[in-house]
Design a protein around this ligand. Structure first.
Ligand code: ACM
Ligand code: ZN
Length: 565
């Protein structure tokens, strides 16, 4: 072929397919890594602006997921798709129902009866399963339930090249089949030491959803501020949320002289519940009791053993002033609070805290001691009288909440006075509390400081980071966490471990940028602990997949720690 003819041919080709030749490629090696992924890089499908997303228009939940996908594809790539419900020939097709089980390996219903019953028999993880197939006909997503479509849409979102202004992107043929390892995949945010806006919490929820998390544990009350509106007790949040000033640094004795406050109205809480639910995230509210209560004691000093007065705390630490266990008004107060909490938060789990409750006052308080006597509490060599008194409060709260169809979660101190009937233990002082609870056949969430406290420094060189509470928890350490404690727990006992959670306490974090810097990319690491099986995990591979996530954070305007160890 003559050189001019060849040049003309190339020019013609460029004119005919200008976009395709410039299209950037998708890469399905996302975080968290899917369970199974087979890609053929030699064949690709081109996704163009103007192509459609098909879905079941009769189902608003699925329609919402289709809309999410459309928005994300546009944000990440620039490709503008249209919603084309019930179009079998659309470029992207979202399918749900039992048909998905033909594609999800090992779950094909055996007969008509099983087909009818199948959804009820599914584990939480199986309900989230999905399959993505990319071939010459486009992108087909099959899931059992709408939640699976959402998970698939997130995987597709993270797979796409961050081009922002492209008209077309190229997707290698692939088959991805995925479901999470753990049913519970949580992250906690302390909005009591510092208040974060509803907008920031929505961002936090978006980031959790991007990582496949499904539980947002919201720490709402503290010594330094009460942040949940209780309508029967209007003064509680109004006054209990405000501290006169805040200590500078690590309890230096020097204060900033600035009043600090803020709380969440019930309308705002409901807005967040709905926002999270649309992203398949449950909000677990925490009212930390009977310690960490100075915000409430400030407003109701009669609920303390000494009668106060109690200022809302202006410094950090564990305070001796706690709710009086011997005052019946304490129980009435807590039931009023938890009653309204249940009205606002539909979560099956309600966190009642229970950590760091010194017994100094209880030991000397006539009311507390009289209560212990009336209950017949005796030191049995394993549980002190005062620890049993705390356990009695936990039982009171548990039966109150059980009557409303809820289960309690407590920090691992709840083991010290004897565990309640159906309480879930959140193991934070290492994994030993979780192990003990699992052995007693109690459900467990693993969030030990050693792997899950992302308020700790993330780099060895403290000079490179903002001030933090202490410790050292680099990315690699979070990534290395194995929550099942298989070396000491039997297979049967391991079943009680629901999953892992990271905790972000905010004594030293006052602004959203700092918050996201602490969260990212350590949330990426925990997301693989939560989602992937040990055989899939590989820190080097994980690090090679991280830059794509960082591009997404840049695009969304989230700060993150750029160096990692
Ligand atoms: C805790 O970190 N005090 C639960
Ligand atoms: Zn007392």
């Amino acid at each position: 072929m003559k050189r001019q003819t060849l040049a003309a041919l190339i020019a013609l080709l460029l004119l005919t397919f200008p976009v395709n030749l410039m299209a950037e490629r998708a890469d399905y090696c996302v975080i968290p890594l899917p369970k199974s992924l087979t890609t053929d890089d030699t064949k690709t499908f081109f996704l163009h602006s103007g192509q459609g997303i098909s879905y079941d228009a009769g189902n608003p939940e699925i329609a919402r997921n289709a809309q999410f996908l459309r928005t994300w594809v546009r944000e990440i790539t620039g490709v503008s798709l249209t919603l084309t419900p019930d179009d079998k020939h659309a470029a992207i097709r979202l399918n749900t129902g039992l048909a998905a089980d033909k594609n999800v390996k090992g779950r094909k219903a055996k007969n008509k009866k099983e087909k009818r019953k199948a959804p009820a028999a599914l584990t939480a993880q199986q309900q989230e399963a999905y399959v993505i197939t990319v071939d010459g006909s486009g992108i087909e997503i099959n899931a059992r339930m709408p939640i699976g479509l959402f998970r698939a849409a997130q995987t597709l979102r993270k797979s796409l090249p961050v081009t922002q202004e492209a008209d077309s992107v190229e997707l290698p043929y692939t088959r991805i089949s995925d479901e999470p390892r753990f049913a519970y995949r949580g992250a906690m945010l302390d909005c009591a030491r510092h208040y974060f806006s509803v907008e920031t919490i929505k961002n936090y929820i978006d980031i959790l959803a991007l990582h496949g998390c499904n539980q947002f544990h919201w720490h709402l009350t503290e010594d330094q501020g009460w942040r949940f509106e209780v309508q029967a007790l209007p003064e509680l949040a109004k006054k209990g949320s405000v501290r006169e000033q805040t200590v500078i640094g690590h309890n230096t004795g020097v204060y900033d002289g600035q009043r600090y406050g803020g709380y969440y109205s019930q309308a705002e809480c409901r807005e967040l519940v709905n926002y999270a639910a649309a992203r398949y995230i449950n909000i677990i509210p925490e009212i930390d009791l009977p310690g960490h209560m100075m915000g409430a004691l400030h407003v109701f000093p009669n609920l303390g053993c000494t009668g106060g007065p109690y200022p809302v705390c202006t410094r950090w630490g564990v305070m001796n002033e706690v709710l009086c266990a011997g005052n019946p008004e304490t129980i009435t107060f807590l039931k009023t609070v938890l009653g309204e909490l249940c009205d606002v938060f539909p979560s099956k789990y309600i966190h009642i805290g229970g950590d760091e409750c010194p017994k100094t006052r209880w030991k000397q308080c006539p009311k507390c001691q009289a209560k212990a006597k009336a209950l017949g509490l005796k030191d049995d060599g394993k549980h002190s009288v005062e620890n049993q008194l705390q356990s009695w409060i936990n039982h009171e709260m548990e039966s109150f909440l059980q009557a409303r169809g809820r289960n309690i979660i407590g920090w691992d101190e709840v083991l010290e006075g004897g565990l309640t009937d159906d309480g879930i233990v959140m193991s934070w002082r290492g994994v030993k509390g979780g192990i003990e609870a699992a052995r007693q056949h109690h459900r467990v969430i693993m969030s030990p400081t050693t792997f899950c406290y992302i308020d700790y420094y993330q780099l060895r060189d403290r000079g490179l980071q903002p001030d933090a509470i202490g410790g050292y928890l680099p990315l690699s350490q979070v990534y290395s966490f194995e929550p099942l404690a298989a070396d000491v727990l039997s297979e049967e006992e391991q079943k009680y471990i629901l999953g892992p959670q990271v905790n972000l306490w905010t004594e030293y974090i006052a602004y959203p940028q700092h918050l996201f810097y602490m969260l990212l990319p350590r949330l990426d690491a925990i997301s693989e602990v939560q989602w992937c099986y040990p055989g899939q995990k590989d820190f080097e591979g994980f690090k090679s997949r991280l830059p794509q996530m960082l591009k997404i954070y840049d695009l969304m305007g989230f700060s993150y720690c750029r160096k990692y160890e």
